[in-house]
Design a protein around this ligand. Structure first.
Ligand code: 3PY
Ligand code: MG
Length: 256
């Protein structure tokens, strides 16, 4: 059996992913073939339904691990995302140790947690039920997002919660919580990010972050972040389309 995503994450491998927000099996298939280490299916900031997420999972024909970001710390979203076969869950807006504890418990079957037991795609529709439920707690990655100034303040307690596989910083929400929306390069935001990094590193928890472009994530990668999401499918298409138009104008095309 291939190594699980969680194993690679825990070991500190550099894992490059990208955000999917478009309900298209073609995108899942293309991205899977493009060589990403993981795909970030975003149910928080998109129109994707759970069914759409399942179709994307089914389309990653090369078996690229998919993590699902649920819209909130909520048992209904988490159990659905796990039962359709996510390799891990990204939970936004974790602000306290209690939130972090709940996040871990909702992702794990008893006795470590209180994930409810279903028979769906993750369990091979029953075909590999026993194998799945025995291994799920060890195989599912639990990733909490630190993206609020209160979370930064509580980081020392949050990081003590057992079962967190990665701390994924959300620079945009963090900047919003500090009244500096979108100003990621601002010294206060970078200081907050550095505080989170230091605490996570001391606890040996791998760090993740999102950046809109390769240039945005480069400094983080150089600085030891290993779970990295670059860009969003919609932005990629938009930039490629605008780039194409720009290029054709340059060679004297008659467009626009
Ligand atoms: C943020 O920047 O707020 C994010 O959640 C990125 O994924
Ligand atoms: Mg966010």
């Amino acid at each position: 059996m291939n190594e699980t995503f969680k194993k690679r994450l825990n070991r500190g491998d550099l894992l490059i992913g990208t955000i999917i927000t478009i309900a298209s099996p073609e995108i899942g298939e293309i991205y899977s073939g493009a060589g990403f280490d993981w795909l970030f299916i975003d149910l928080e900031h998109s129109a994707l339904s759970v069914k759409d997420a399942q179709v994307i999972l089914q389309s990653t024909s090369l078996g690229t691990p998919c993590l699902i970001r649920v819209p909130s710390l909520d048992d209904i979203w988490i159990k659905k995302a796990l039962d359709i076969g996510a390799s891990g869950i990204i939970i936004p807006q974790v602000k306290t140790a209690e939130d972090a504890q709940k996040a871990v418990q909702l992702c794990k079957y008893p006795p470590e947690g209180f994930r409810s037991v279903g028979i769906g795609r993750a369990q091979g529709y029953g075909e590999n039920f026993q194998e799945y439920v025995i291994n799920a707690n060890d195989n599912i990655a639990v990733i909490i997002q630190i993206e609020h100034k209160d979370a930064v303040k509580n980081m020392g307690d949050i990081i003590k919660v057992a079962g967190i596989d990665s701390v994924f910083i959300g620079p945009y929400d963090l900047s919003a919580s500090m009244n500096k929306i979108g100003r990621i390069a601002d010294a206060d935001i970078q200081n907050a990010i550095a505080q989170v990094k230091e605490i996570a590193e001391r606890a040996n928890i791998p760090l993740g972050i999102f950046g809109a472009t390769v240039d945005a994530v480069r400094p983080y990668i150089m600085n030891g972040y290993t779970l990295v999401a670059i860009g969003i499918d919609t932005m990629l298409i938009s930039n490629a389309a605008k780039g194409m138009i720009e290029k054709i104008k340059h060679i004297g095309g008659n467009i626009g």
